[in-house]
Design a protein around this ligand. Structure first.
Ligand code: ADP
Ligand code: 5SP
Length: 523
């Protein structure tokens, strides 16, 4: 009887479930729940709640819980082999935080089929919404934490990243400042990843070193809570945080709720969840240097494996724990897919028309440039939204489509220089990596081959692979990352993109012009 592993990806806009058979090296089943479409009563748009203040971006944790019920129901109805699952792991959008009261563990323990997951825990959260990675309302708190820890470089040295608005520590500080009473009533703080793992386990789950590094609270080298960072963030914080754990920790069997409702074996194990980017690193088989990944999801992220911890001297990038126990480097752009959608929608295009516009326009766009800050940007730090154009007619649909994608790719190249030598190949993943023309711009700007694997959701795949790896290790079986991941790295020739020779010189010039324009705008 083959042993299967389930990976769940709780990302910004959707929850994906993916089942693998590692012995056969195949994906057995995959299904997705899209929050806006399938859980409309929560009122989200692109997975988050509208707010009068554009800097405040929250999402409802009960929606994520209900999505977990829904995805299991769907797996069951689609005939997925849930009875063969040996272990479940998962991936969560990073940085977002969920706040539970003292009654939260009791509610988890008593998960009840009649009330469902959301009903079982409702009333036990001390904050009804969760700030997520798109939130940029904590500039003051970032400054306060930075000052307390001795400057941005010191925070980065200690925790792997300078203080960033979306990071969990600054978010917790803001919660404590704006609603001290609710903070006081909070007994359990979870990340999206550990919250979802808690539901599966039926008790508060630990936070793994990969996702824990996205909080400005973990000592990046010692991999334990950083006392000074905790003290600079909020009072009594250590008591509210769960323990940290290595990413391949097997946490225990699923709560009986999941055998009863979904037909999971009662001894199916829960493996620690991690952040979506660390999981993607595993799902792309990035266990050595030389290749980097670009994830074009809601955010665009650029990341790679890093054997040793080297923080970004410009304090723009991040170091997280990698699923292998090593490190990974990453930069994150807020103006990813939603910026591309803004341009697409402004001209009444669909993705096919957007792609056709990219085909019709030449590399370099005749020197026309856009700075695509539709939302406040993370890299480079731009506090207020506002796009800028140079030589670009705002009514020229095709040129604007090319300009937004070229800007994103040039910004990635410029701001990833600290990660070391340029990669010989890029692995593309995330929703927009299904777009061949976007990958061509990526290849041209970065001057290297771009590969996209057939399994497009590397975060869910990586979660399933992490489950398989941890389960094997705990069972005393030999299992190395390369052997485990190799069969799943099946390139899709339809989506491969080679850099075109004529584009190299064009982009050397355009990147200089882009950097100057960016400097001018930031000044
Ligand atoms: N053919 C396409 N071309 C460009 N972008 C696309 C295409 N298909 C989907 N997308 C983008 O993918 C995004 C969703 O990516 P996904 O990786 O599922 O996001 P997340 O994991 O953050 O929830 C959508 O917002 C959409 O803009
Ligand atoms: O903030 C970051 C990484 O630091 C984001 O990458 C989030 O982890 C959200 O991921 P997606 O839902 O866009 O994949």
């Amino acid at each position: 009887m083959p042993r299967y592993f389930l990976g769940l990806d709780s990302s910004t806009q959707s929850l994906t479930a993916l089942i693998i058979d590692p012995a056969a090296g195949s994906v057995v089943h995959e299904t997705t729940v899209v929050y806006d479409r399938e859980l409309p009563r929560y009122g989200t748009r692109h997975g988050v709640l509208p707010d009068a203040d554009p800097r405040v971006v929250h999402a409802p944790p009960l929606m994520w819980a209900e999505a977990l019920d829904l995805v299991f129901r769907r797996l069951h109805d689609e005939g997925a082999p849930l009875d063969r699952i040996a272990a479940v792991s998962g991936s969560g959008q990073q940085h977002g935080s969920v706040y539970g009261s003292e009654r939260f563990p009791e509610a988890l323990n008593g998960l009840d089929r009649q009330r469902g997951l959301a009903g079982s825990i409702s009333g036990t959260l001390s904050r009804t919404t969760a700030p997520v990675w798109m939130d940029s309302s904590t500039a003051a708190e970032c400054e306060e934490i930075t000052r307390a820890l001795g400057g941005a470089a010191a925070v980065a040295e200690a925790t792997g990243s300078a203080a960033f608005e979306r990071f969990t520590g600054p978010q917790i500080r803001r919660f404590h400042k704006t609603d001290p009473e609710a903070y006081e009533k909070t007994a359990h703080i979870a990340l999206v990843s550990s919250f979802m793992a808690s539901l599966l386990l039926g008790r508060p789950a630990p936070i793994d070193h990969g996702d824990g590094a996205g909080m400005n609270l973990m000592d990046i080298r010692q991999r334990r809570w950083h006392g000074k960072a905790l003290a600079a963030t909020a009072p009594d914080l250590e008591r509210k945080l769960p323990p940290l754990t290595p990413p391949d920790a097997v946490l225990g069997p699923v709560h009986p709720y999941f055998s009863r409702t979904a037909g999971l074996p009662s001894d199916a194990q829960v493996v620690a969840w991690s952040g979506d980017n660390p999981c993607s690193l595993a799902g792309l088989g990035l266990v050595e240097t030389g290749r980097h990944a670009v994830s074009c999801g809601t955010s665009d992220t650029y990341f790679g494996f890093m054997p040793e911890c080297h923080t970004d001297p410009r304090a723009e990038g991040h170091i997280f724990g990698a699923p292998t126990g090593d490190y990974m480097s990453l930069i994150c752009f807020k103006n990813g897919s939603l910026a591309r959608e803004r341009v697409r929608d402004a001209f009444g295009y669909d993705w096919e028309a957007f792609s056709a516009a990219l085909r019709r326009t030449p590399p370099g766009n005749h020197g026309r440039i856009m700075l695509p800050y539709f939302e406040p940007e993370i890299v480079p730090r731009v506090a207020g939204a506002g796009i800028r154009r140079k030589g670009l007619d705002e009514n020229d649909a095709d040129a604007n489509c090319r300009a937004v994608v070229e800007a994103q790719m040039m910004s990635m190249r410029l701001h990833s220089a600290w990660m070391g030598s340029r990669p010989r190949e890029l692995y593309a993943t995330g929703g927009a990596s299904a777009n061949r023309e976007i990958l061509q711009v990526m290849a041209d700007v970065h001057g290297c081959l771009v590969t996209r694997f057939r399994a497009g959701n590397s975060a869910a795949l990586g979660a399933a692979l992490r489950g398989a790896h941890a389960f094997a290790a705990a069972s005393g079986e030999a299992c190395d990352w390369q052997t485990l991941t190799a069969p799943f790295l099946d390139p899709d020739p339809e989506l491969a993109a080679n850099p075109r020779p004529e584009s190299a010189a064009v982009y050397e010039d355009l990147i200089r012009a882009y950097a100057d324009f960016e400097q001018e705008a930031l000044a």
